[in-house]
Ligand binder design. Structure first.
Ligand SMILES: Cc1cc2nc3c(=O)[nH]c(=O)nc-3n(C[C@H](O)[C@H](O)[C@H](O)COP(=O)(O)O)c2cc1C
Length: 376
């Protein structure tokens, strides 16, 4: 089954992703990874780094002649700015003694400094940085490719930035979403979101927001009710919550139905086994129920502010202003792309768990046979 690890620091020489358990024969190339990474880099409100980051990629293993071999796939994303960071992040030496001693509220900095017994927050923040989600995007690209082979499509949209919020049908129109600089397919809301980001930038402040991820084409019965760690809703919530800055995850209309009566809280079943509504977000009893899977995630405002928050200097114990690292004003559109990757990784793993297959042909055949049996 698919599992993946990433290694590397934000400003180190590169980020490495190793994805294990993929079937043989999945068509993939450097351009596929580059296209997904480009989607993650985009988005109104992102900082200067995104303009510099070119995501120089190399596939180091697991792919031959454009197809996976069934062995671990290893990919490195090189840091094109490494020259500027080679001293601060050098493997040997002491980094010329320049330490980050003022932890930023809202980041891993302070807890990490105490836990790992260091007075240099860089030892922590370099790995805690959301730059790591670029490496996850590599794994997610492979998961999406696998899902595509069995008729499952995952996409996302932004439905709130700051207090600009819009009610939309589940994400489905990829072109309209990608045409928007904030990945919101409603042009009016999109313009208001961009204005909100401009205002936050002007005020030296930051914004969070809400993203929605939809998985189309998931057959009934992915995940299971039999154990806590096989429930699809639990797996999805954990995976999406693991994205830096995500503080809330909802499946379907989870929070809304909690305050209404049961008669308005479920999805009645037609004779053809489809549903009249989709409040459950496509998951009941820890299993997909054949409807579109809907996951909503809330991202807190970016923690690094250009008007720094109050903190403590960890070496002197004196009050101080948090250190300012180059930073995004709003990363909600990018977080949506990362949420797609995390959802895709969970679904790909659960599809593989159910259907197996050492080759992509075996997997596709098993899924087709099952779809024929259940009539979906
Ligand atoms: C794609 C993406 C980009 C981000 N960019 C920044 C950034 O530029 N500056 C920043 O302070 N936080 C950024 N964040 C958010 C931080 O990583 C996050 O606030 C921090 O890790 C602490 O969040 P946590 O408590 O959920 O771990 C970004 C998050 C994501 C998903």
């Amino acid at each position: 089954m698919i599992r993946f690890l990433t290694a590397g620091e934000s400003h180190g020489p590169g980020l490495v992703t190793i994805v294990e358990g993929l079937p043989k024969g999945l068509q993939i190339g450097t351009d596929d990874f580059a296209a997904e990474l480009a989607r993650r880099r985009r988005g109104y409100g992102r900082g200067g780094r995104m303009k510099i980051e070119q995501d120089e990629l190399e596939i180091l293993g697991g792919v031959r002649h454009g197809r996976t071999l069934g062995s671990p796939v290893a990919v490195v994303i090189r840091n094109t700015e490494w020259e500027n960071w080679s001293q601060i992040m050098s493997v040997e030496g002491d980094g010329a003694g320049k330490k980050v001693t003022r932890p930023r509220p809202g980041h891993a900095d302070m807890a990490g400094m105490i836990k790992y017994d260091t007075d240099d927050a860089r030892d922590i923040l370099e790995r805690a940085s959301a730059r790591e989600t670029a490496a996850r995007t590599v794994a997610g690209t492979l998961a999406r490719r696998l899902l595509g082979e069995v008729g499952i499509d995952v996409l996302s949209q932004v439905v709130a930035i700051g207090d600009v919020r819009v009610e939309l049908p589940p994400p489905a129109d990829r072109d309209a979403i990608e045409a928007s600089e904030v990945r919101c397919p409603d042009p009016d809301a999109s313009a208001r979101m961009m204005a909100a980001i401009d205002a936050a930038t002007e005020a030296k402040d930051t914004l969070g927001g809400l993203v929605e991820v939809a998985a189309h084409g998931v057959p009934v019965g992915i995940g299971s009710h039999v154990h806590h760690d096989r429930r699809l809703d639990g797996l999805l919530a954990g995976a999406v919550m693991s994205i830096p800055g995500i503080k809330g995850v909802e499946i379907g209309s989870g929070f809304e139905v909690a305050t209404g009566p049961g008669s308005m809280g479920h999805d009645e079943i037609r004779t053809d086994r489809t549903r009249m509504t989709n409040r459950a977000g496509g998951i009941e009893g820890g299993m997909s129920n054949g409807e579109v899977i809907l996951v909503r995630a809330a991202m807190k405002p970016i923690s690094t502010l250009m008007q720094p928050l109050q903190t403590v200097d960890m070496t002197t114990g004196e009050p101080a202003q948090a250190v300012r690292e180059r930073s995004d004003v709003c990363a909600v559109p990018a977080a949506g792309v990362v949420a797609e990757q995390m959802v895709a990784l969970v679904l790909a793993r659960e599809v593989q768990r159910k259907f197996g297959g050492d080759t992509i042909e075996d997997l596709v055949e098993a899924v087709s046979r099952y779809r024929a049996r259940i009539g979906s």
